[in-house]
Ligand binder design. Structure first.
Ligand SMILES: *[C@@H]1O[C@H](CO)[C@@H](O)[C@H](O)[C@H]1NC(C)=O
Ligand SMILES: *[C@@H]1O[C@H](CO)[C@@H](O)[C@H](O)[C@H]1NC(C)=O
Ligand SMILES: *[C@@H]1O[C@H](CO)[C@@H](O)[C@H](O)[C@H]1NC(C)=O
Ligand SMILES: *[C@@H]1O[C@H](CO)[C@@H](O)[C@H](O)[C@H]1NC(C)=O
Ligand SMILES: *[C@@H]1O[C@H](CO)[C@@H](O)[C@H](O)[C@H]1NC(C)=O
Ligand SMILES: *[C@@H]1O[C@H](CO)[C@@H](O)[C@H](O)[C@H]1NC(C)=O
Ligand SMILES: *[C@@H]1O[C@H](CO)[C@@H](O)[C@H](O)[C@H]1NC(C)=O
Ligand SMILES: *[C@@H]1O[C@H](CO)[C@@H](O)[C@H](O)[C@H]1NC(C)=O
Ligand SMILES: *[C@@H]1O[C@H](CO)[C@@H](O)[C@H](O)[C@H]1NC(C)=O
Ligand SMILES: *[C@@H]1O[C@H](CO)[C@@H](O)[C@H](O)[C@H]1NC(C)=O
Length: 493
């Protein structure tokens, strides 16, 4: 991620451009879209002006005197700015889908601090008492602990994940609730950023500081044992919305986009391109800095534990780390790989989500025991950001359930995303935080893929980068690089 700030990124862009030149020539140049084979890239049947790919290009900034026909307009790559509602695609869009609703009548318990309460206003007269069980990690799956003593009003909890069972007067289970509970953990390494002698040396190394100020951090950022030589250690908060392109976010995430752009003044990476087909092969480069194909450790039948993930580097620098995915059965490292034998991060939500969704029959279920898994994950993000506000953390959340299968699904995340970002910002929890709100790729399935815009958006995930205002001023040259890169072809690494 940090490469997005550096000048070295330009060099990378040039290399990557060579690789993607092929893709670009197919996709972005001289194609009057005539027919499309779903399994192949767009077939070019005749040469024409770039503008007439069968779709109109639109100005990016409405009201601005400068109209952008191209989002990216560089020597080797041009990405047209298309209308997300273009007539070539509009009939394939579901613009009036009903929002999902979770029946929360059975959500009768809640956690505050270290106490689990029975919500008195919701309590049915048939409810006699409740008990809970801890949920533990057991390799790639989970197990339950012992059943707690019974309680009627509240009970103290020490576990991170719990399942609550409430019984009626003939001792039958009436409801099951599942909760995540914040537990303070401590960085694994003693050599953390708080006390490292080396990082002090780096802090007052005027040479390095000068380089950072002038943006000439080419080598400086990557040497010194992989530590970041920026004085201010930002938290890293990554929110990935599966299968969400920039183009689709224009259709279905209008409120979140408006907030990111107008209030948070986040930078949108307009030429952000995926590297390979699905989630795993795109998230691997994002998290490891190399393609899936180049990493035998990922193919081990024992799991992916031996690979080196970026959160480990943060962990070595004293950060607490979090990884959460709301659809664990198709988890990034579990769907086609063997998962993690050991817990990968300090906070790892997998056992919770597995237990929570167990027994749901529908693949496409969105609600579990009174709450959508997306709501739960957003709740978790806020809870961690709040409780770790005086620490350093790296958090990666992957929301798949709502957005994976239908273009309009992500509409269900607009209110949730907006409300979470708003709450984080208004409670001053983003002042020390680097936030990326992004997709891994666009929609890979369905009829839209048969259109030019559909193929374009499949390859161009959404990517918003928020950095605190003071950081932009203090490291203005890095920020300027980011702005420049926002209109270049960029990728997950
Ligand atoms: C763009 O601006 C024009 C003229 O001001 C206005 O009519 C139109 O509704 C605007 N479109 C959007 C998408 O805001
Ligand atoms: C989002 O919130 C608005 C207003 O609060 C509401 O009208 C709308 O139905 C909500 N959308 C969804 C998908 O929940
Ligand atoms: C308790 O239930 C009431 C009624 O549904 C609800 O309005 C309230 O938010 C709940 N309280 C908590 C803390 O969840
Ligand atoms: C809960 O309340 C019911 C009725 O008031 C009572 O019969 C039961 O013993 C109580 N259970 C516990 C664990 O306090
Ligand atoms: C408790 O629930 C079971 C299963 O739903 C039901 O058969 C039983 O009648 C209930 N008992 C009482 C006292 O409500
Ligand atoms: C470097 O910084 C540390 C802590 O900020 C300070 O204690 C130390 O005196 C500084 N060293 C030099 C050479 O400025
Ligand atoms: C400061 O960092 C530069 C670049 O890594 C290094 O060459 C130089 O020796 C360092 N100076 C001090 C005083 O540590
Ligand atoms: C992260 O740590 C690994 C192993 O120590 C190292 O090989 C890699 O270069 C580091 N990555 C970054 C971006 O610092
Ligand atoms: C990791 O590497 C060690 C040493 O090479 C090996 O024994 C172990 O089986 C590997 N673990 C996995 C999960 O591949
Ligand atoms: C955000 O942090 C900066 C730098 O630490 C500080 O100057 C600023 O006052 C903070 N802003 C708020 C709103 O806390």
């Amino acid at each position: 991620m940090l490469t997005l700030f550096t000048e070295s990124f330009f060099w990378m862009v040039i290399n990557v451009t060579a690789l993607f030149f092929f893709l670009c020539t197919i996709l972005f140049s001289y194609s009057r879209l005539v027919y499309v084979d779903v399994d192949n890239d767009i077939a070019v049947s005749s040469y024409d002006e770039l503008y007439s790919c069968g779709v109109k290009t639109v100005p990016l900034d409405n009201g601005s005197t400068r109209t952008w026909i191209f989002l990216v307009d560089t020597e080797n790559c041009r990405i047209p700015n298309v209308d997300p509602f273009d007539t070539s695609i509009k009939h394939l869009l579901n613009l009036h889908s009903k929002p999902y609703r979770c029946d929360d009548r059975k959500l009768v318990t809640y956690i505050q601090g270290n106490t689990l309460y029975l919500n008195q206003t919701k309590q049915s007269k048939h409810l006699s008492f409740c008990r809970f069980k801890a949920i533990y990690r057991n390799g790639n799956t989970f197990e339950f602990g012992e059943e707690s003593q019974a309680f009627n009003r509240s009970i103290e909890i020490k576990d991170e994940f719990i399942k609550v069972m409430c019984y009626n007067f003939s001792r039958s289970v009436m409801v099951e609730n599942y909760h995540l509970h914040f537990i303070m953990k401590y960085p694994k390494t003693k050599e953390s950023i708080y006390n490292s002698k080396q990082s002090n040396d780096i802090k007052n190394n005027t040479t390095i500081n000068h380089l950072i100020k002038t943006g000439k951090t080419l080598n400086v950022l990557s040497n010194q044992n992989g530590r970041f030589e920026i004085k201010d250690h930002l938290n890293v908060l990554l929110v990935m919305i599966d299968s969400t392109s920039r183009i689709n976010s224009l259709r279905y995430l209008p409120k979140t986009r408006k907030y990111l752009i107008d209030t948070l003044e986040a930078t949108e990476m307009l030429g952000y391109n995926k590297l390979a087909d699905n989630t795993m092969v795109n998230m691997v480069p994002f998290l490891t800095g190399d393609y899936y194909e180049n990493q035998p450790c990922l193919k081990s039948k024992h799991g992916v534990d031996n690979c080196s993930f970026i959160w480990q580097n943060y962990s070595q620098s004293g950060y607490l780390t979090h990884f959460g995915e709301d659809w664990p059965r198709i988890g990034t490292f579990h769907y086609s790989l063997k998962g993690f034998k050991r817990q990968p991060t300090d906070y790892d939500d997998r056992p919770f989500h597995l237990a929570n969704e167990k027994g749901s029959r529908l693949m496409m279920e969105t609600c579990f025991h009174g709450r959508s898994s997306s709501e739960t994950l957003y709740w978790r993000i806020y809870d961690l950001a709040y409780n770790l506000r005086n620490k350093h953390y790296f958090s990666l959340s992957i929301l798949s359930r709502m957005s994976h299968d239908f273009l309009e699904g992500v509409k269900n995340l607009d209110n949730l995303s907006l409300n979470t970002l708003k709450k984080l910002y208004e409670n001053n929890l983003l002042n020390k935080t680097f936030l990326a709100f992004f997709g891994d790729h666009g929609m890979r399935i369905g009829k839209v893929r048969m259109t030019f815009i559909g193929q374009l958006e499949e390859r161009l995930p959404m990517m918003f980068i928020y950095i605190p205002e003071w950081f932009k001023t203090k490291y203005s040259s890095l920020f300027n690089n980011l702005i420049t890169n926002s209109r270049q072809l960029t990728t997950h690494f």
